[in-house]
Design a protein around this ligand. Structure first.
Ligand code: FCB
Length: 460
């Protein structure tokens, strides 16, 4: 039994800064050191699933270049490095045999981060489910939640003496609804209300892991959610307001209800009757989830404006809100290269609301923008980051307990179904190299962190 790290969350006297990545998006080396297949390997191989038919098999080759990458994180002056651990590297079949070489890799990564004065922040699930578990129905199978908790403990046993801040899931909304309802993310299933079932099992997995991690001494355990503000274009249209409420339930309240109140609310159950099924939601499940997080992570990119159906083009993610009344999504200018509206006031609103709703410390665990990568002089990205950091500070002044702001992302990388076409990095990666070249936003951030004399998290 290793000594566990004491509280590592910053105290909030100033905002801590970090930079984030995720395993499948940067590591490559998918066949190395005994790694098992993940659902993203399988999904990306399906014709038409990912733009240009590309995958994460090489990505940024961070599996071999992590020292170089951590040098960049240190050079930019961010105190935190948020990374994710690939479950199929640790437990290649999802359950059972542990692959020590996978643990060794993250061991080296954590030591290399600490050697540079960075606080490593580990996310246990950033969407790369072992394919062997999907072969047994993935997140639709309750056993996957148990398997996740077992895997979490294996990782903690190895890294728990050096990693202080842990997250269970990254954006479980995407894993559940884009994966099992809309079919645009792995495992690519379009099964309507299945997303609700997957959501419950993801929450259960979080709760089971949280219980055991806390018992092992973890003090700073969170969950990372892509909560979103929804703004009806016509707030006086009762039908639109009701439909928007159903969408809000599936995107936001499905997580916050169990975490804060230990229940799914009635408005949610009205659009997601699956969550009233007592075979799915068993006695004790929601009680386990209630109060299980010490902090909540918010990933924010854009607000969502809703309109009566037919008023605007159908949003590609519309199938990801199964059971809700149809709405259109209106996207105003300016937009980033991925088509997401830029409006920093959405982040301020979300932080204030999330802090009040949860009473927990809030971390901005991801925020950033895709802009075309022809130029290293990415002034648009600088403006985006500057405005969103200012919005975060305004939320703090407005009383929101926001402790950290973490940029998505260090490197141009594998952007899921968009392949390599949408680049969010503050560092350009030449796919031929993959050589890293800091962009203007990297230098801007370094200056911002120096001049505001912040950016240093609490190093365990
Ligand atoms: C989030 C994901 C992250 C990245 C950004 C752009 O939804 O968590 O991996 O793809 O979007």
């Amino acid at each position: 039994m290793v000594d566990t790290v004491r509280s590592s969350l910053p105290d909030g006297s100033s905002l801590a800064y970090g930079v984030a990545t995720a395993a499948y998006q940067i590591e490559g080396a998918v066949a190395e050191d005994g790694r098992g297949a993940s659902i993203w390997d399988t999904f990306a191989a399906r014709p038409g699933a990912v733009k240009d038919g590309l995958d994460g098999s090489v990505a940024c080759d961070s599996y071999h270049r992590y020292e170089e990458d951590l040098d960049l994180v240190a050079a930019v002056g961010a105190g935190w490095y948020r990374f994710s651990i690939a479950w199929p590297r640790i437990v290649p079949e999802g359950v059972g045999r542990v692959e020590t070489r996978g643990l060794d890799y993250y061991d080296r990564l954590v030591d290399a981060a600490l050697a540079r004065g960075l606080s490593p922040t580990a996310t246990l699930y950033h969407w790369d489910l072992p394919q062997a578990l999907e072969d047994r129905d993935g997140w639709l199978n309750r056993d996957t939640a148990e398997a996740f908790a077992d895997y979490a403990m294996v990782v903690h046993d190895r890294l728990g003496d050096r990693v202080g801040v842990w997250a269970t899931h990254n954006e479980p909304w995407c894993a559940a609804y884009l994966g099992y309802s809309a079919g645009v993310h792995a495992p690519g299933r379009r099964e309507g209300g299945a997303g609700h079932r997957a959501a419950h099992h993801l929450l259960l997995g979080h709760g089971l892991a949280a219980e055991r991690l806390h018992a092992a001494g973890v003090e700073d355990l969170g969950i990372v959610l892509n909560l979103a503000p929804f703004w009806p274009e016509d707030p006086d249209d009762p039908e639109l307001v009701a439909a928007t409420d159903g969408i809000d339930a599936i995107r936001n309240r499905v997580w916050l209800g169990p975490l804060v109140d230990g229940r799914y609310d009635d408005g949610l159950l009205a659009v997601a009757p699956e969550l009233a099924d007592t075979d799915l939601v068993r006695d004790g499940d929601l009680a386990l989830v209630q109060g299980s997080a010490d902090w909540v992570g918010v990933n924010y990119y854009t607000p969502f404006r809703t309109a009566a159906p037919g008023a605007a083009a159908r949003h590609p993610e519309a199938d990801a809100y199964p059971g809700s009344a149809p709405v259109s999504f209106v996207v105003r200018e300016p937009r980033t290269d991925i088509g997401w509206e830029v409006d920093a006031s959405g982040l301020e609103e979300l932080l204030v609301d999330t802090s009040a709703r949860t009473g927990l410390p809030v971390l901005v665990t991801e925020n950033g923008a895709a802009y075309p990568d022809e130029t290293l002089d990415d002034q648009d990205r600088i403006a985006y980051l500057r405005d969103h950091i200012a919005a975060t500070e305004r939320a703090r002044q407005g009383g929101a307990d926001v402790r950290a702001y973490i940029v998505w992302t260090l490197l141009d990388n594998f952007e899921w179904a968009e392949g390599y076409t949408k680049t969010f990095g503050i560092v350009h990666v030449d796919p031929q190299g993959p050589t890293r070249t800091p962009k203007a936003s990297f230098h801007w951030l370094a200056e911002h962190l120096n001049s505001s004399s912040v950016g240093v998290g609490v190093t365990p």
